[in-house]
Design a protein around this ligand. Structure first.
Ligand code: ASP
Length: 325
């Protein structure tokens, strides 16, 4: 019985939230980004302020480009580059380490205009994995390159290569020590992603991550698996996910949201909610969230964790940054 008021409250909050981030008019452009989902445990007020500020800066990078007419794929990629270079997210510099203490990074992007996609997985020395994903998409007949092959390709494309220690920060080294001592559980927080609708009606999605902290050596998550953590199709939606990657792969989360819209005529909000709350929630695992923008610039940001770092803006003047529900 006590669950009923809670359910009513969640439903009301969801309705209010949806009204705040969408209008009935088609947006000229729209952008949403995330910095991962997870638990709020241990976040101090100053840390929270710091993250709000970072999200705003990342958003500003994207909105400035969109106002000048940049392409969705360039905006999504550039926002992710900014977040990869920021040491406070689990992507690029600041990425988590695996059980061996090594950083292994995954990234992907997809262009909704022609369904072209590029991804890299398990890379250890490419400073910006999302740039390598872009080269895979544009300069090869492939979608996904892994490990040493991906690194050799990135180096030959002229990308900046770095020693694995480049990605380390004191926070991540302390985190793996605590996981090894079984004082902390692996937490999937801090992945970054961005979805964009540009002025020409093109959608794009980009996602980058160090994966789950303490993951097994060689483990690949959902991020570089097109249709799991990353997807874009101009006819429907662009999606970037964050959370327990194994669930996202098994449920084909990003493609499922697209499919509900394409085959069943769901709105972006309905599709995202259906997948996160009725599908992912029924599986064993720690959950996560998605950010989505549809072909009309409508936004959905759904998560079943305590928090999801996120920011959004549209040409029509909607703009926000949030962490909690
Ligand atoms: N989805 C990522 C992975 O499983 C982790 C995350 O989103 O934080 O690799």
């Amino acid at each position: 019985m006590r669950k009923i008021p809670t359910l009513l409250f969640l439903l009301a909050s969801a309705l209010i939230f949806t009204q705040c981030v969408n209008t009935d008019t088609k947006e000229e452009w729209a952008i949403v980004l995330h910095g991962g989902a997870g638990s709020a445990a241990g976040m101090s007020p100053s840390e929270r302020d710091h993250y709000m500020d970072l999200l705003n800066q990342a958003l500003e990078t994207g909105t400035a480009m969109l106002e000048q007419g940049a392409r969705a794929i360039d905006v999504a990629m550039q926002v992710v580059v900014w977040m990869e270079d920021c040491p406070d997210f689990n992507a690029g510099k600041g990425a988590v380490v695996n059980s061996e203490g090594i950083h292994e990074l995954d990234a992907a992007l997809m262009n909704g205009r022609d369904l072209k996609a590029g991804a890299v997985a398990g890379v250890r020395d490419i400073r910006n994995p999302i740039l390598a994903a872009r080269h895979v998409m544009e300069d090869t007949p492939h979608v996904l390159l892994i490990g040493e092959g991906a690194s050799a390709f990135a180096a030959s494309a002229g990308l900046t290569m770095v020693p694995n220690e480049y990605f380390s920060t004191p926070k991540r080294l302390e985190q793996i020590r605590r996981i090894r001592e079984q004082k902390e559980n692996p937490d999937p927080k801090g992945t970054v992603g961005c979805v964009v609708l540009d002025k020409n009606g093109n959608l794009a999605a980009a996602t980058s991550t160090g994966g789950m902290s303490g993951k097994r050596w060689g483990r690949v998550g959902d991020v570089p698996v097109i249709g799991a953590g990353t997807y874009a199709n101009n006819n429907t939606v662009a999606v970037s996910g964050t959370g327990h990657g194994e669930l996202w792969i098994r449920r084909c989360v990003a493609f499922d949201i697209n499919a509900l819209m394409d085959y069943k005529g769901y709105s972006v909000e309905e599709a995202a909610r259906e997948v996160i709350f009725n599908k992912i929630d029924t599986m064993e695992g720690s959950g996560g969230g998605v950010i989505c923008v549809d072909k009309n610039g409508r936004i959905a940001m759904e998560f079943n964790t305590d928090i999801m770092y996120r920011a959004w803006a549209t040409a029509g003047g909607l703009r926000g940054t949030a962490i909690e529900h």
